[in-house]
Structures are given as structure tokens and as C-alpha cells.
Design a protein around this ligand. Structure first.
Ligand SMILES: [Zn+2]
Ligand SMILES: [Zn+2]
Length: 264
């Protein structure tokens, strides 16, 4: 029995170490790429959407709190992947459900995750919950790529729980789960760049459906009263929570600095 328990502990500890390394590596890679894009390109091309830069003190806090969130995510995702409950539906063999299901499950989890984020995000903005769940994230009024996981303990647990619970409810290939974690990390970094990277024509095409940096930047600068979605605009449209002047703000944010100067 002791040997069995030791083996179980060692499996779970290995899973935790792997997920911690994976999540920390993903955070550093995506945020540093975002930071480099700002410094080398975006800040030379366009003005900051909010008009103000973040302080170094804010960035230090964001790094520290993100590290704590990464620890929580790693604990929960390691629990899911090492099947701590005995009911995990994660699988490795594609043949178990086929290629079509693999593609379908990716789309489904994307929509489910966006729905989960929209509704929990709105809930966390209720005055009773805000101070315990979401206040820390909004300390970053002028967001940076490092803000993405700057969460209160309760909010980090809530976000980590989504992937834990979904692995119990839906058959998911491990590649789909890993891919989704990358997609959500990249979408989060884009949302917190503080500079709009998309071209002006974006709103006439995919921008009708997908969010932009301007969309989430307005969420931070307008006191969290609008724009709650993560990947898509549809929940904000349906529920009437999109910032009324979002499209005008996007067009302003996509004016290049030289273009702006020539209008002065
Ligand atoms: Zn944010
Ligand atoms: Zn918020």
C-alpha cells in the first residue's frame, strides 16, 4: 500500500512539474513575444489605446501574481491529466473518436471556453464578488502582456477549473487540450497589448466575429462595464454589453502615428 501511494504521489508530482514547466514556458514565450512586438514595432507605428503607459511597479506585480496563478493552473491541470478523480475523459489515441471529432471538439471547447469566460467575467463584476475575485486584474488599468494571469487567488482557481471540469465532461484528445491552452494564452496576450495590431480593414471581415486588443483595452479603461468576451464578440452583442463606440475606438487605434500627425 505504501509503495502504491508513493507511486501515485510520484506520478502526480511528475504531472505537476510538467504542467508547471509547460504553463510557465508558455506564459514567458507569449508575453515576451508580445512585449517585443510592442517595443520593436507597435509603439513606433501606433499610439497606445488608453494614451498611458504602465509603470514598472505594475509590471513587477503582474509578474508576481501571474506566477501564483500558473502554480494553481499547474496543480489543477496536473490533477486532470493524472486522472486524480478516476473519471477523466482525456485520451491519446486519435482512433478512439476519429479525426472529425478531434476538429469538432476543438471548435466546441473554443465556444464553451468563450461562454464560460463571458458569464463568469460578468458575474465577477458584481460588487459582492468583485473584490474577492477580480479586483487585482483591474489594478492593471493600462494593461500589458504580463497582465494576462494577474489574478486574485479565487479568479485563478476559477479559470483553472474550466479545463479541469471539461476534461471530466467531454472526451478530449490531449493535443486539443494543449492546443486550447496555447490559443487562450495567445488571445489573452493580444487582448492586453495596449496597442492595436490589426489593420483598419479587420472590422469589415473577421473583426465582425473576433475580439481585438481595443475591445479588451476598453474593458480595462472603462471600469469593467463593457466587453466581457475573450475570443468572440457574440455574447457581448447578444447581451448588449459591447461598448457603444467600440468600432469608432478601433478606427482611432488603427491610425498610424504618421497618419495621425498628418491630420493635425
Ligand atoms: Zn484583462
Ligand atoms: Zn473584468
Amino acid at each position: 500500500m505504501l509503495i502504491y501511494n508513493l507511486c501515485q504521489f510520484s506520478t502526480q508530482f511528475t504531472a505537476f512539474s510538467l504542467f508547471f514547466g509547460f504553463t510557465l514556458g508558455r506564459y514567458l514565450m507569449t508575453t515576451l513575444l508580445g512585449w517585443a512586438a510592442i517595443k520593436l514595432y507597435l509603439s513606433r507605428l501606433r499610439a497606445r489605446i488608453s494614451g498611458k503607459n504602465a509603470s514598472m511597479q505594475q509590471i513587477r506585480k503582474e509578474l508576481l501574481y501571474s506566477l501564483r496563478s500558473i502554480l494553481i493552473f499547474a496543480l489543477l491541470w496536473a490533477a486532470a491529466s493524472s486522472d486524480i478523480t478516476g473519471h477523466s475523459r482525456l485520451y491519446w489515441q486519435i482512433q478512439e473518436h476519429g479525426w472529425r471529432y478531434l476538429g469538432f471538439s476543438f471548435l466546441l471547447i473554443l465556444i464553451l471556453h468563450d461562454t464560460f469566460v463571458y458569464w463568469t467575467h460578468r458575474l465577477m463584476h458584481q460588487p459582492l464578488l468583485f473584490r474577492y475575485f477580480h479586483k487585482l486584474h483591474h489594478c492593471s488599468v493600462h494593461s500589458t502582456p504580463f497582465s494576462i494571469y494577474s489574478f486574485d487567488l479565487a479568479e485563478a482557481t476559477l479559470h483553472g477549473l474550466f479545463f479541469f471540469l471539461i476534461s471530466l465532461l467531454l472526451p478530449l484528445h490531449n493535443i486539443v487540450l494543449g492546443g486550447m491552452l496555447w490559443v487562450s494564452g495567445i488571445a489573452n496576450v493580444i487582448g492586453h497589448l495596449g496597442y492595436e495590431p490589426m489593420p483598419q480593414a479587420w472590422l469589415q471581415s473577421l473583426g465582425k466575429l473576433f475580439n481585438t486588443t481595443t475591445h479588451h483595452d476598453l474593458h480595462h479603461t472603462k471600469g469593467g462595464q463593457c466587453n466581457y468576451g475573450l475570443y468572440f464578440r457574440f455574447w457581448d452583442w447578444i447581451m448588449g454589453t459591447e461598448y457603444p463606440d467600440y468600432e469608432a475606438a478601433f478606427l482611432t487605434a488603427t491610425q498610424n502615428v504618421t497618419q495621425k500627425d498628418s491630420h493635425l
